[in-house]
Write a new protein. Structure first.
Length: 587
């Protein structure tokens, strides 16, 4: 807790440790003021992913990223979690939503193809945002399945080709055509796999569905993956938890300083383009960010390469023909919108609106047609706020830290067994069963045999639909969990003799857990005591069993009589062993 309080005081970070009912750390959530301000300004699209090998406790690190108006990535939260189980990930996102009121404005969350995260997002976010799958992981998942479903190389190529056409289908008709082609030559196993895993969630991965929402062009988690590559250079798999925490906060400070530098460049520099400064392009260059102007230039290039046919339907409404999709798009300068997917996913002037502007010399209202995130003024407001926060953090870090309130650990409820499916219940039960097996492996042979026989009898009783109970002298010591409906009703006639129960009582579970952050790890002296020192022992880190072979071989006990240093005389004949005396006589 001392280390957490230090990080809160030095970096101004919000650090929230969350434990389970056994006071074991499950979630360590932390967020700096720069992160919170970034999410407050750009909450529409959230990229969510986990990385590994960042600490010696093997706790997974979840990273949340947003994109600003200059196309830069900003981390909005970090969180170490003990496991990726449903209730833990849901608890993490609930904490994020609770600490960030702007989560109500989140419209899209991009994740990997992990339905634990999908269910957690749907349960935690209040605005019911659209959940979209990372395009890279979608292709990778289907490619792995196609390698098993395809009987030949040619069949696998056809499966991947048809799936790619369905993925990038611009219209429902194109998707139906690609799906019909897929089902025409796919085997029954491949058809069944597609219907079970992909056909029922097309709104999460098919582009014409996903592009109906504003995504800012983010259809992958590449921004998170790029940041995870930077993280690997800070903490490692051998880092202690508080070392990884400090490293991530230092990385966050470096990123906020980079944002401060971007503020200076955007204020003082005038970005020039050789492509021309006429009409709408010049109008946009004055008020939009360089990144938005670059996207606009790409649309102008597409317009020049493929001129569009434009029809005027009313004084402020037009129809523009698209050669790529063979459809007419409605462009309205009353509503300041276009029916194409490019405008919907970017909220920026598309090639169809630019075609109308070029044909009829129309000047669009940028404040109505373009999202505010693409304006220089909004970007400067965000970066200026983060720069002020950075300066304030520097002042606060130099001042005393007594004004900061001490961090108190929160407790998260256990999982709801009624909402779990069979696989989730199996994974949750395996935690306890693995601990039991680990405990049994350390027992003496007679105790091991007795306990194993007891467990086998319990399993046999459950298979016969019978209930098992503890003995009367142990029954009072066991507290029923909160979710008592998922436990068996007990009867007292299924236990073995008292001798076996005595063996069970004499041995306690051997899994040891260490305190969260000791004073030796934080480098603090022993004479520095605070009110948090009594609270340190209440939070426990997850127990991690070592992997692989031990580094050193256990030394065997050697029973040898030590010889005195000043005794240089020969050993008397009578002190030799009988075998040695016989050998000496023979010589």
């Amino acid at each position: 807790m001392e280390e957490l309080n230090y990080c809160k005081a030095k970096y101004g970070a919000k650090v929230l440790p969350i434990t389970d009912e056994n006071k074991e750390l499950q979630i360590l959530f932390f967020q700096t003021p720069h992160m919170q301000q970034a999410f407050k300004c750009f909450p529409e699209v959230l990229l969510f992913d986990a990385t590994y090998c960042t600490n010696k406790l093997r706790m997974h690190l979840f990273v949340m990223v947003v994109q600003d108006g200059s196309g830069l990535s900003h981390v909005v939260a970090y969180a170490f979690v003990a496991s990726e189980q449903q209730h833990v990930v849901t608890g993490l996102l609930e904490i994020f939503v609770q600490e960030n009121s702007a989560a109500t404005n989140t419209k899209v969350v991009v994740i990997d193809k992990d339905f634990t995260e999908v269910n957690a997002v749907k349960a935690a976010f209040p605005g019911s945002p659209a959940v979209q799958l990372c395009e890279f992981h979608v292709k990778k998942a289907f490619q792995t399945a196609a390698a098993q479903l395809g009987k030949s190389l040619d069949e696998r190529k056809r499966l991947l080709g048809s799936f790619s056409e369905m993925l990038h289908a611009p219209t429902p008709q194109k998707y139906d055509d690609a799906k019909a082609e897929f089902e025409r030559y796919a085997s029954s196993e491949a058809t069944s796999y597609f219907a079970k895993n992909w056909s029922n969630i097309t709104e999460m991965w098919v582009r014409y569905h996903c592009d109906q929402e504003f995504t800012g062009g983010n259809n992958t988690n590449n921004r998170v993956e790029s940041h995870n590559a930077k993280i690997k250079n800070v903490p490692s798999s051998s880092s202690k938890l508080h070392e990884a925490l400090r490293g991530l906060l230092k990385l966050s400070t470096s990123l906020s300083q980079e944002a401060h530098h971007k503020t200076i460049l955007l204020k003082t520099c005038d970005f020039y383009s050789y492509e021309g400064h006429e009409g709408v392009q010049e109008q946009c260059r004055k008020v939009l960010t360089p990144y938005a102007c670059k996207l606009l230039s790409n649309e102008l290039v597409k317009l020049r390469d493929e001129p569009r046919e434009v029809k005027k339907l009313s004084p402020r409404t037009y129809a523009v023909f698209s050669t790529s999709t063979d459809v007419w798009h409605d462009v309205s300068f009353e509503k300041h919108s276009c029916s194409c997917t490019t405008y919907k996913k970017m909220k920026l002037l598309c090639r169809h609106m630019l075609a109308v502007c070029a044909r009829f010399d129309v000047k669009p209202c940028l404040e109505e047609a373009v999202s505010r995130r693409w304006f220089k003024s909004y970007q400067l407001e965000f970066l200026g706020t983060t720069a002020d926060n950075h300066e304030q953090d520097d002042i606060d870090s130099e001042s005393t830290t007594e004004s900061f309130a001490e961090i108190q650990a929160l407790s998260m409820p256990g999982p709801s067994f009624q909402k779990m499916n069979r696989n989730q219940r199996f994974n949750y039960a395996m935690r306890t069963l693995k601990a039991i097996a680990d405990n049994l492996a350390d027992c003496q042979p007679d105790v091991f045999a007795a306990r194993l026989c007891f467990l086998e009898s319990v399993n046999a009783a459950w298979l016969r639909q019978e209930d098992v109970a503890l003995s009367h002298h142990e029954k009072d010591k066991v507290q029923a969990p909160e979710n008592s409906t998922a436990q068996d009703v007990c009867s007292a006639d299924m236990l073995h003799a008292d001798e076996e129960q005595q063996l069970l009582d004499n041995n306690q579970p051997s899994g040891s857990i260490e305190p969260l952050i000791s004073s030796s790890e934080t480098g603090s002296s022993t004479n520095q005591k605070s009110t948090t020192s009594s609270f340190v022992s209440e939070i426990r880190l997850p127990h991690v069993k070592s992997r692989g072979r031990p580094n050193k071989r256990v030394l065997q006990n050697r029973f040898k009589r030590p010889r005195e240093q000043d005794d240089s005389r020969p050993v008397p004949f009578r002190q030799l062993t009988e075998k040695s005396q016989t050998k000496c006589k023979e010589d």
